[in-house]
Design a protein around this ligand. Sequence first.
Ligand code: ACM
Length: 271
Amino acid sequence: MNIGLFQFAPRRGRPDENAALLEDALRASSVDLLIAPELATTGYLFLDRGELADVAEEVPGGPTAARLARACRETGRAIFFGIAERAGDRLYNAAALLTADGACVIYRKAHLFDTETLVFDRAGASTSFASIAGTNIGLMICYDWRFPEVARLLALGGADLLAHPSNLVHPHCQDAMITRALENRVFAATVNRFGSESVGGVTVQFSGRSQVVSPLGERLVTMGPEEEGVRVTAIDPALARDKQVTPRNHVLEDRRVDLWGALLNDHRSAG
Ligand code: ACM
């Protein structure tokens, strides 16, 4: 399966321009799946919930999803991109996976980061699996990386590839995703944006360095901190389905869940 990483700097508050950039990248790239950053349609910072509401869209009914769904049908490709989603009076930091046969899977970010908590609604459980070209995809967004349970649950559900749109501001995620890939024996594609945004006295600098990591922890692709464009790499899901670390060690079957009951408790009551 060929995956493409589209690293760019979304134009804040300009969904039409960003949708055009996403569509151009999809049409120009020979991929089964193109992955774009978190909140690729709107940019990251919002002055307040009203400003977010002005640029949020229904998915798949809104203009960006409609435009990209058409491009997916016409090219035979799929795209997974971050979007500010409006669902009734709710606003979610979400990502939509649109496929060539017209399917739309929406994942809503489980763990909101910093000022996101001021403007977005907290999501409940949402769909986090899809399948493209024989590869099982597990969906997560940015700060979800800091919770190893997210990647583990995706691996337990059969994901071969973690698809991870991001707007990273701290420097640790790209290294941590090597561990997420190794501890689950899955591919991990983190697609980050670059550039900066300043709104209402808050400035955020994004770190680029989008990457694909193999189930053996090797970086197959590393983009530059300000590199713009698409990088394509081929991945073989069979590698992610081999969970043997040694002939006697299976990375999922070796788990000692009999010792891990406290994981389900509130952190203050754990041991
Ligand atoms: C983040 O979750 N955008 C850091």
